[in-house]
Design a protein around this ligand. Structure first.
Ligand code: NAP
Ligand code: ZN
Length: 355
């Protein structure tokens, strides 16, 4: 059984320390790959800090994994040693329920349901451990191929941030002739601006301040609106066909719904800790639609990776070491990251004998 170095936290304080975890030997249809880079998603932070409920500590988060195949089981047909691969938010599902058959494994209704990459229980009966580690064993059907054109360090964030924006933008028709707003220019948002632009939509950013305006325009946005400015949204009434919110904290939903066209669609992907309220009149008065979207299945994740390769879409990343994870969490929450922290697992050392 391969033992690998990892970073874990033990409680909601989310202080990370080095540790070792055991990965199973790959079964006949499984691959073992070396994780080279792992993105830090805000969902890791919500989870590790207990903002979403029960956590299995010690927790090794990380569901944006990119690496290189080291070992394949005897019946693996999809991958070979040396291939560049990625894994996102889940590592297993039943494979036979209607959702799995449709390629929407994130909604598996079979026994055990979707097995999440961390804070879940794997097919070996052990708690799953995520990407803040140097290697992982995964069933081949839950692994995606990273196109040659995408560097591994920028591929990692695509495995969650990329698919989480690609899926609703496709589903709700972002494209030529559509005016799309992305709310929150963070890890998800900055990829969303690039994808919506590549799909042919006219994209605008709604952000807390103007500090990210130049970056937003570089990612493809044609306008930037700062919520900190008085009446920022007043001039945007009925402006957008589609709004995608990636905001990780509570916000004024009514004010943003008012920015939708008649019949326009507001898709929320952000998952703040606390419940949100809004006036139903904000929807009813203009035939608006309020929708949610949860990552995407394996076929669409592969489609997204190929789309990003074709259109030169790349997350902007800051590469950090294992020792930087704890501080990085605070910087993400303060909207200071530009725009995704990616952990370089080659920086992991042996646990200190005294820790
Ligand atoms: P992130 O990098 O922290 O980005 C969130 C952005 O929201 C920030 O950069 C900031 O943008 C904006 N924001 C933060 N606090 C705000 C506030 N108080 N008011 C208004 N805007 C605020 O996080 P992320 O990794 O992109 O994830 C975003 C959210 O999506 C998280 O809740 C995460 O759990 C969730 N998520 C959902 C899915 C899914 O499948 N639905 C998948 C992954 C993540 P500005 O600086 O531009 O204002
Ligand atoms: Zn995520």
């Amino acid at each position: 059984m391969p033992e690998v170095l990892a970073y874990a936290c033990d409680n909601t304080a989310a202080h990370f320390h080095p540790t070792t975890i055991t990965r199973r030997e790959p079964g006949p249809t499984e691959v073992y790959f070396d994780i080279v880079y792992a993105g830090i998603c805000h969902s890791d932070i919500h989870t590790a800090r207990g903002e979403w409920g029960a956590v299995r500590y010690p927790l090794v988060p990380g569901h944006e994994l990119a690496g290189v195949v080291r070992q394949v089981g005897s019946e693996v047909t999809k991958f070979a040693v040396g291939d560049h691969v990625g894994v996102g938010c889940f590592v297993d599902s039943c494979g036979v329920c209607p959702q799995c058959v449709r390629g929407e494994e994130q909604f598996c209704s079979g026994t055990g349901g979707t097995v999440w990459t961390y804070n879940s229980v794997g097919r070996d009966g052990l708690p799953t451990a995520g990407g803040y580690s140097q290697g992982i064993t995964v069933e081949q059907d839950y692994v995606c191929r990273i196109p040659e054109a995408i560097d591994l360090r920028v591929a990692a964030p695509l495995m969650c941030a990329g698919i989480t924006l690609y899926s609703p933008l496709k589903r709700w028709g972002a494209g030529p002739g559509k005016r799309v707003a992305i709310v929150g220019l963070g890890g998800l948002g900055h990829v969303g601006v690039q994808i919506a632009t590549a799909l042919g939509a006219e994209v605008e950013v709604i952000s807390q301040t103007r500090s990210k305006e130049a970056d937003g325009r570089r990612f493809g946005a044609v306008a930037h609106h700062a919520l900190s400015e008085p009446d920022a949204l007043a001039g945007l009434a009925r402006r957008f066909d589609l709004i995608v919110s990636t905001v990780s904290a509570s916000f004024d939903l009514d004010a943003l719904l008012a920015c939708l066209q008649i019949g326009g669609v507001f898709v929320d992907v952000g998952l703040p800790e606390h419940p949100t309220t809004f006036r139903l009149g904000s929807l009813v008065g203009s035939n608006r639609v309020l929708a949610g979207s949860n990552i995407g299945g394996i076929p669409q994740t592969q489609e997204m990776l190929d789309f990003c390769a074709e259109h030169g879409i790349a997350p902007q990343v800051e590469v950090i070491s294992g020792e930087d994870i704890t501080a990085a969490y605070d910087r993400v929450v303060a909207s200071q990251v530009r725009y995704r922290y990616v952990i370089d697992t080659a920086t992991f050392g042996r646990p200190s004998p005294v820790s």
